[in-house]
Design a protein around this ligand. Structure first.
Ligand code: ADQ
Length: 459
């Protein structure tokens, strides 16, 4: 068996705390078979940089490349986060299309693709991750790499009509099709890309999941990413989890707790969620003083305008709802724009009666799965989940909502808060079975198995 070569924008840097589930899953895959993990070092240099820095740890060669200031602005902040991220999340209105940003994105993908091609050996397999590197595989092919190569998209893939808003959509699709296997989070994302290839690029469907297009055969499949339920349950019961829950309980007395945990991103539906909680308080005076909403939302991508505007909007909304309803001994919304460790979050999930996960669009949303994993059979909390999160395809035991429907989401929170324990247990059993059937190990093993056999003839 050859080595595994992984490329992702950020790596689990040697020596760093690999607390995140995905980092652990990829580290395990690399440690098992040996290989290379390539990515951006996180460093931004003023002057031009070439080459990679190599470290060896756990049977893995880490290969880290730096970015120049101009590359960071054009490739990362520019094309990846001002054009691809909004369009892939169906927000063409927020997208900023700049030819120079795209040229820089191409340059970085080319430079990184060439660097990585130099590190491969003939019997390796290559697995590239996410929207930062849509063109990297094609660059590797042009540098001579012709072995099995897969790509996994962590974010949604929009319908062809939305994807086509990107001025470079054909170039990007052609680049993606340099891979043998393209994995998506959901059946919906897979169908969207397939329809794009067939309708716009004259691709010819072959068998169940292949398309012949751009003179190549590409396999498209959904591999919904999962979490590690036992790990989260252990964290929820651990010291850090219990301490975080105890700190909150001291000030919240025995009030019901509704929890939301997200990166501060416009795809996560945070203003709509706060408005829904405000609507719950408008409609149910009997809940005043009886329920609190804890929203943890550390700022991300603060150099991008849309993220600055979101911060201002959320500060205003939380302030308005608290101003309208707070009392001497009760704060309705506890809004914390900062990060907490995984252990503390897991303890808070376990304490909460309701998990509110209401993105406007989301590739998967692992918080939904982590909330479920942190519950107990005796007294499980209820998940209120957006039907527009990838997780909704698997998590039918949740109360599903349209996140744009403020009154409907407020009703769903009310229903969750008043749900009898028997129904909560029934729903939780369904959700727990779903997150265990397709957990994080299942995800990585099924992707790698599909990649290893991708060159076999299509049935
Ligand atoms: P994200 O957009 O970051 O990820 P999500 O899946 O919710 O979204 O979270 C990824 C990880 O970050 C989870 O393990 C979660 O616990 C953690 N996290 C989220 N908010 C946090 C917070 N406030 N504090 C601390 N940790 C937090 C992208 C896609 C998703 C997809 C993932 C994985 O946008 O749709 O599920 O990749 O593929």
């Amino acid at each position: 068996m050859g080595r595994l070569i992984i490329a992702s924008n950020r790596t689990a840097t040697p020596g760093a705390d690999r607390a995140g589930g995905l980092a652990v899953a990829l580290s395990d895959a690399l440690a098992e078979r040996g290989g290379v993990w390539f990515g951006w070092s996180g460093d931004i240099l003023e002057r031009e940089t070439r080459g990679v820095r190599l470290f060896v740890e756990d049977n893995t060669d880490f290969a880290l490349a730096d970015l120049t200031t101009q590359e960071y602005e054009g490739y990362y902040l520019g094309f990846a986060n001002r054009a691809l991220w909004p369009v892939f999340h169906y927000r063409v209105d927020l997208a900023h299309f700049d030819e120079q940003d795209f040229a820089t994105y191409e340059d970085v993908n080319r430079r990184f693709g060439r660097l990585l091609a130099q590190l491969t050996r003939p019997d390796d397999i290559v697995w590239i991750h996410d929207y930062h590197f849509l063109l990297m595989g094609q660059e590797m092919r042009q540098s001579g790499w012709d072995g099995p190569m897969g790509f996994f998209l962590h974010i949604p893939f929009p319908p062809p009509e939305v994807f086509s808003a990107l001025p470079q959509h054909q170039r990007l699709a052609r680049g993606l099709c340099a891979h043998d296997l393209i994995g998506f989070q959901t059946a919906r994302d897979t169908a969207n890309f397939r329809r794009y290839l067939v309708d716009i690029c004259a691709g010819e469907p072959v068998g169940e999941d292949c398309v012949r297009v751009f003179d190549r055969m590409v396999r498209l499949r959904a591999f919904p990413i999962g979490t590690d339920p036992d790990d989260i349950a252990a964290l929820a019961a651990g010291t850090e989890g219990a301490q975080a829950a105890a700190r909150l309980e001291r000030v919240s007395a025995s009030r019901a707790l509704v929890i939301g945990v997200d990166r501060m991103d416009y795809s996560k539906g945070l203003p709509q969620r706060m408005a829904a909680f405000g609507r719950l308080l408008d409609d149910h005076a009997e809940l005043h003083g009886k329920v609190s909403f804890l929203q943890i939302a550390p700022p991300s991508r603060e150099a991008v305008d849309a993220y600055q505007a979101l911060r201002v909007e959320l500060d205003g909304l939380a302030g308005k709802i608290n101003g309208d309803y707070a009392d001497l001994d009760w704060v309705p919304i506890r809004y914390l724009a900062r990060n907490y460790p995984r252990g503390a979050l897991s303890g808070l999930y376990r304490l909460a009666q309701v998990g509110l996960v209401t993105p406007l669009h989301d590739g998967m949303n692992l918080v939904a799965k982590e909330f479920v994993a942190a519950q107990t059979l005796e007294d499980p909390g209820v998940l209120v989940l957006s039907e527009l999160a990838g997780a909704a395809e698997q998590m039918q035991g949740a109360i599903l909502v349209n996140p744009h429907d403020i009154a409907g989401t407020a009703d769903a929170i009310h229903r969750a808060l008043s749900m009898p324990v028997e129904e909560r247990r029934e729903r939780w059993a369904v959700l727990d079975a779903a997150i265990r059937a397709e957990d994080l190990s299942w995800w990585r093993l099924s992707f790698l198995k599909a990649l290893e056999t991708v060159r076999e003839p299509v049935a």
